[in-house]
Unconditional design. Sequence first.
Length: 205
Amino acid sequence: MPTIVRTHLTALRALLVMTVLCGIAYPLLITGISQVAFGDKANGSIVKADGKEVGSSLLGQNYNLPKKNPDDPKEDPVPDPKWFQPRPSTNNYAGDNSGASNLGPNSDDLLKAVNDRRAAVSQFDGVDPASVPADALTASGSGLDPHISVAYAKEQVNRVAKARSLPADTLNQLIDKYTEGRSLGFLGQEGVNVVLLNKAVSETK
């Protein structure tokens, strides 16, 4: 058999072996391990309410009122007062388009956006503009973070309590329940998962 033919057959066998190992066996092994050990996370950490999928605990989402004219792209969304609101998202929480605004600290556009958000949050929550937390004014690096600070969650309690006719103490207890500690015990700050918090609020009578 000519050398060139033997070389090609060797390369073909190597390709087939690596395809089976890396393209079939390894993915199946990792998928099996993840399903057994981390089934919920491997399947997207889906959050359900009344048997219906309403989101993922890993991804933030909007809690807005329905548009008056759904076909009007220029109509600005209006936040629903019955829900705890997440932090801003530069990509409207689109999972296929994560990212930040990439505006620097000296950007006039960023300064205007922060000031506009401060005024809007202050009016919406009925608080002093100076007390609005930073995470209510700026988006996360991914634009998909479902967490807000404990301060921002507490700031919204009176508004949600009024809109739902619920005791503020009940909402404060839910915030405490869904407050997550620092990563590895020392990285970052405590945060409240808005998706899980709002699910719990919707189930509270």
